[in-house]
Design a protein around this ligand. Sequence first.
Ligand code: FSX
Length: 371
Amino acid sequence: MGSAVEQNVRAITVADRLRAQGISRRGFLKFCASTASLMALSPAMVPAIARALENARRPSVIWLSFQECTGCTESLTRSHSPSVESLILEQVSLDYHHTLQAASGEAAELARETAMQENQGKYLLVVDGSIPVKDGGVYSTIAGITNVDMLNEVAAGAAAIIAVGSCAAFGGIGHARPNPTGAMPVSEIVTDKPIVNVSGCPPIPTVITGVLAHFLTFNKLPDLDDLGRPLAFFGQSIHDRCYRRPFYDKGLFAESFDDEGARKGWCLYRLGCKGPATYNACATTKWNQGTSFPIEAGHPCLGCSEPDFWDMGSFYRALSIPTEDTTRTLVYGVGTGAVLGAAAAAVARSRKSKAKAAHYKVSVNDLEEST
Ligand code: FSX
């Protein structure tokens, strides 16, 4: 980590590394197409991505884990394999990661300090977990350093920060009432750096690597929504992209988990689904290699990618009158069905109209012709 040899490795471009791994030109273009898809970019962007990756250097990544359950790292390590996600992870120099690194004790801290010194102003900082600030931050320390001090120290030399998971993005479960440790999100502590929030408890691995891919390719963060989340993945509600939506539009709802509606796969709105007020890519990207997502498994969306979802009341109580800002203020009450549901959909559509992103499938043969 951080040696002269490692520096030379970083001078090699991403395209060089892929070639060294035995990936052909056709494979490289496929990688670029998959990267475009991962970033939810148009296929028209693929030639530009290919050119950018021909010159892209391997960035140093320092990953800090604070108050969290390690679900975010579990999610990341469940990226499909072999996959574009795992390839992307091989293209960054993950110089410090509490859970994944082999080093421990002083050697681990030395790796962090070395990576910071050698990549001052250029490294990417990834944070998962909330940061406790009450009582001087004593409730969580690493190597004798409080989380808040370590965050401030590492953030000072970072080019940008990715707050992975709802804990780092919005405070998450640590921030839930009564918040005994004074847990805060990254953005309330670091205010002078570009920050992207990849929320979700845990976040979708494809979204984490999609943001990494964007930084790797363009050396900047992607376009964000008003909560600092990448628009490409958070621009539309779960409800807008849910395969159960046609049942909702027809007013066909499951009323309990074992009734006829549930067996027929009808809409879970009345069982507490927060899909109309939740912005994330679960309904399209899905989980476990695109196998399924909670609603497909018969469970309502909990709204885990929205701020303060733990404190909003029961996961199983239907959304009540949606407000213009439902992503920030979920008002729960007794669901009254399609009328209120239609209002929720209208709010969701209004948000959708602001979103620019779409997911594309790309044919490698098309790409070879266009480059
Ligand atoms: Fe939080 Fe992540 Fe939920 Fe857990 O690191 S977003 S509690 S999945 O692990 O921070």
